[in-house]
Write a protein that binds this ligand. Structure first.
Ligand code: NAI
Length: 427
């Protein structure tokens, strides 16, 4: 497997343009400029590249939704508003190799024929955004951005936009509203952004990692990309592991590496004396996986097959020192706080779930509360305006199944038997 996104991570500082180019950076443009756009979209579809922001939607398919005679201007918007707890991969590329982002955006913009590109960066990644700005300016100065890039007849500029900082801004249509200067409430879909996006114009919205895979696919081919994966996955992915492991971090590995290899070989396994109880495979909105599922290949279809979601590939570990109910409560508290407040099931339902979980911790819960959590999840999930609350209840529904005994134990013991000290240490 060849490292693509993390190939320059061993350098102490992000590479300047000259050094980046000396290592083959921007060479991909020779394979892209002048080539038929539809053919390139088809190659992308054949490569198996899927959205790395969490949804795993086929990138080539999404790009094919853009009408050939789409009204101008057409926009490319890069979602770098990485805010899902457990996800920290895009940050690494932003801080350590911003020219990889510029190259990915430029290549992708050419293929879809975008008139302008925006990179929407998480507000807390302010220092990274400045590094990206610097790389963009270097590219402008060298004629890699601007009018008639390298004599190709193609013109593009990239606007780096720093988010004001809310989780909901990462929902693609809320992000478009934020870019337009409005309150970041999600829009109804359809129409999808490919039809009606930024300022009502056709817009492709992609996660940063997704577009960073495009140059090497175009340069080396769809088959090469497929061969980078294993166990049915295509390409590489920036996996992340957080929680009580010896070597937490971000690892570029073949899509389809098993969860066991990722957690034990790359993240070093659990801290001494800790036992794996469960893990979330792709950020805080993904259903739990259990130790008996460790040999599952970490790619979208294989993880979906066992009832979870690969999401961002940001694995979060739950060990035996933390109360599973408390762990789950913390997740919902995050989503309750980040709700945009637009629709009632999300705005009122999520805080009420937190309240119910608190009753279990405080020892005042009854069997009726257990039942209410179950019913509330069923009511919230399908009845909200966007994916925030359905994402929030997925791990709760999973916890209800996996930790049924714990709910009952908390009711019978009138509270939590886990040591609060140990629980704090593992968070
Ligand atoms: P989605 O499945 O609704 O859409 C995926 C993409 O495909 C979107 O760009 C959408 O516009 C496009 N699409 C889908 N059907 C289409 C159609 N018929 N025509 C045209 N375009 C179409 O998922 P969504 O809401 O974009 O993302 C949800 C995921 O985001 C969750 O799975 C979650 O894991 C992840 N997430 C990631 C975060 C992060 O920090 N990276 C934060 C929050 C959520």
């Amino acid at each position: 497997m060849e490292k693509v996104l993390s190939r320059n991570f061993h350098h102490a500082q992000p590479l300047d343009l000259a050094t980046y180019r000396a290592g083959g950076g921007y060479d991909s443009l020779q394979s892209i400029f002048g080539r038929d756009r539809e053919e390139m979209v088809n190659e992308l579809r054949a490569s198996g590249l899927r959205g790395c922001g969490g949804a795993g939607f086929s990138t080539g398919l999404k790009w094919s939704f853009l009408a050939k005679d789409a009204p101008r201007p057409v926009y490319l918007v890069i979602n770098l508003d990485e805010s899902e707890p457990g996800s920290c991969k895009d940050r690494q590329v932003l801080y350590r190799d911003p020219h990889t982002i510029v190259e990915g955006v430029l290549a992708s913009a050419y293929i879809i024929g975008a008139d302008k590109a925006f990179v929407f960066v998480r507000g807390e990644y302010k220092v990274g955004a400045a590094k990206l700005e610097k790389a963009v300016q270097e590219a402008r100065d060298a004629g890699l951005l601007g009018d008639n890039i390298l004599g190709s007849g193609f013109s593009l500029d990239i606007d780096v936009h720093l988010s004001a900082g809310r989780y909901i801004c990462g929902e693609e249509t809320a992000l478009l509203n934020a870019l337009e200067g409005y309150r970041a409430n999600p829009r109804s879909k359809p129409p999808f952004p490919a039809v009606k996006g930024l300022w009502g114009q056709p817009t492709i919205v992609n996660n940063m990692e997704t577009v960073c895979h495009v140059p090497s696919i175009m340069h080396k081919g769809a088959q090469w990309f497929q061969g980078q994966g294993q166990n049915g996955g295509s390409g590489t992915h920036l996996f992340q592991v957080s929680g009580p492991v010896k070597n937490p971090g971000v690892f570029e590995l073949p899509m389809g590496v098993t969860a066991r290899e990722l957690i034990y070989d790359h993240a070093g396994g659990l801290l001494d004396g800790r036992k794996l109880i469960a893990f979330q495979p792709g950020g805080s909105s993904t259903p739990f996986m259990t130790p008996d599922q460790l040999d599952t290949p970490m790619h979208f279809d294989a993880v979906a097959k066992i009832g979870s979601r690969l999401g961002t590939g940001g694995v979060i570990i739950m060990d035996d020192t933390i109360c599973p109910l408390k762990y789950t409560r913390n997740l919902i508290e995050f989503y309750a706080r980040e709700s945009c407040g637009f629709c009632t099931p999300c705005r009122d339902g999520l805080p009420y779930l937190v309240h119910l979980f608190d009753k279990f911790e405080l020892g005042t819960a009854t069997a009726a509360d257990h039942q209410t959590i179950l019913e509330l999840c069923g009511l919230i999930g399908p009845n909200t305006h966007c994916a925030l609350a359905p994402g929030a209840v997925m791990p709760v529904q999973s916890a209800l199944q996996l930790f049924d005994d714990e709910f009952k134990k908390h009711i019978a013991a009138k509270g939590c038997s886990y040591s609060p000290v140990a629980a704090t240490a593992s968070q």
